[in-house]
Design a protein around this ligand. Structure first.
Ligand code: AMP
Length: 193
């Protein structure tokens, strides 16, 4: 079976990371979360982590060159037999174009973009209540990340919407299990192709 590559797109706090982890456990697709990769690099104090730190601390996007380079390295690792979910990537048109190229090099492409819809007020409430102890879950940084999301969406989504039928939307204002039922059905659509 050909590996499938799917993008989970949505505002911070929409649950895409939680859903990607469940898909990994149940269906074996890798999770490629740029936010988590940056946090791992930072924990390990790598030079990439230290470069990303100042951007992350203020809720700004890490420059494309650094982000794309990190994803390129991640895709060289093993574990993509079933495919992968990209979570929090791409966040710019340039990243989206780079991802298309990286997957083409692997003789593959994006099967689907799942667009998690969540009202901004709910997003804010969820981030405020989050207990993960993330350095960027502070009120002023949360506001910046929320307001930037509209810009991210305007930059990246036209790239995908130009490809007919690629983007599928999902109501993320529900319980984890309810959302998961829809997510599994969508991922299976790709796996069954
Ligand atoms: P996240 O865990 O997806 O909310 O990401 C946390 C932080 O990591 C973001 O606020 C950005 O500073 C950085 N980051 C994560 N993904 C990207 C990306 N695709 N492009 C640029 N910066 C990113």
């Amino acid at each position: 079976m050909k590996p499938v590559f799917i993008i989970f797109f949505g505002p911070p706090g929409c649950g895409k990371g939680t859903q990607a982890k469940k898909i990994k456990d149940d269906l074996g697709l890798e999770q490629v979360s740029t936010g988590e990769l940056f946090r791992k690099h930072l924990n390990e104090q790598t030079s990439l982590g230290l470069q990303a730190q100042e951007y992350m601390a203020r809720g700004a996007l890490v420059p494309d060159e650094i982000t794309i380079g990190m994803v390129r390295e991640r895709l060289k690792e093993a574990g993509y037999e079933q495919g992968a979910i990209f979570d929090g990537f791409p966040r710019t048109a340039q990243q989206a174009e780079a991802l298309d190229r990286l997957l083409a090099e692997m003789d593959s492409d994006i099967c689907m973009v799942i667009d998690f819809h969540l009202p901004i007020e709910i997003s804010r409430q969820r981030l405020m209540a989050r207990q993960e102890g993330r350095a960027d879950d502070k009120p002023e940084v949360i506001e910046k990340r929320l307001s930037d999301h509209a810009r991210v969406e305007a930059d990246v989504m036209p790239h995908f919407r130009a490809q007919s039928g690629l983007v599928r939307t999902l109501d993320a204002n529900r319980t984890v299990d309810e959302i998961y039922q829809d997510v599994v059905a969508l991922v299976r659509e790709c796996m069954d192709q």
